[in-house]
Design a protein around this ligand. Structure first.
Ligand code: HEM
Length: 239
């Protein structure tokens, strides 16, 4: 069994730890073996978390950070990627596709890319959304993407079920939830719910990417924003 520190560091059971200033001890499983808090160097040893099957400590699959790496290397070169990791304070040589990494790593990478390129993080997330659809998804999971629909409208209408199939490949996925409403011949409302913050612009880029995939340029504007107090994010998509 492995424990995961609040910073995302993985710590095998039995690892000696030092709780500054004076406590020292060894990691032991919590009583019921489930999450009851997370370890922080200042907290007592009983306050620990195990990585359980779908715990929030799992974070995101490494394929997300790999895709960011691919996008950065293709547009700005490998040196820029190394610099971004350094600026983000992330000491990972190679991201492993089906290992979990804290969500925080992804946010820090985006923030560092934004700082280095002097580009708003929203624009980076949007570009990443397009990259995700056109490169990561289409090139790596073409069959799955084509099974999602034959045109933009069908794909969006089927989107609520899309990640259900992805979960079959990646069982620890913590996917977003999508719904559609007000569907007409050339527009719909896309409802997006997630426990993660700050990814609305990623969704904008994803939908634009889908528009390119189906050669159906799409316009997407945000109607309701969770960041501004709405229950969830709602986008108007027209094509
Ligand atoms: C075969 C294609 C796809 C794969 C393999 C895939 C897989 C993933 C993975 C691994 C994550 C990170 C979350 C985690 O690890 O728990 C993720 C997140 C996400 N995916 Fe997908 N995905 C695909 C296609 C799509 C499409 C087409 C959309 C929407 C148009 C989409 C929307 C999102 C969003 C918005 C997130 C951010 C997480 C959140 O909102 O909580 N994905 N997906």
């Amino acid at each position: 069994m492995v424990f995961i520190h609040a910073t995302g560091v993985r710590i095998p059971v039995g690892t000696p730890i030092l709780n500054p200033p004076s406590e020292a001890g060894f990691l032991v499983p919590s009583n019921n073996g489930s999450i009851d808090g997370y370890l922080n160097w200042q907290t007592p040893i009983s306050c620990i978390a195990t990585i359980d099957e779908k715990s929030q400590f799992w974070g995101m699959y490494g394929m997300v950070n790999q895709a960011i790496e691919q996008m950065v290397c293709e547009t700005h070169g490998e040196e820029a990627w190394e610099k971004i990791k350094e600026m983000a304070g992330i000491d990972v040589d190679v991201f492993i596709s089906n290992e979990g990494y804290p969500d925080d790593y992804t946010y820090r990478l985006v923030a560092a890319a934004s700082e280095l390129s002097q580009t708003p993080a929203e624009e980076i997330l949007e570009a990443f959304g397009e990259h995700w659809v056109l490169r990561t998804a289409l090139e790596g999971y073409g069959d799955l993407m084509h099974a999602g629909g034959n045109n933009l409208k069908d794909f969006l209408v089927n989107l609520p079920n899309f990640h259900t199939r992805v979960v079959m490949i990646y069982p620890k996925l913590q996917p977003p939830s999508f719904d559609v409403s007000d569907v007409t011949e050339n527009s719909l409302l896309l409802h997006y719910r997630t426990h993660r913050d700050g990814l609305a612009h990623f969704v904008v880029g994803l939908v634009k990417g889908l528009g390119k995939m189906f050669e159906t340029p799409a316009t997407i504007t945000q109607r309701d924003s969770r960041a501004a107090g709405a229950d969830h994010d709602v986008f108007v998509v027209t094509w």
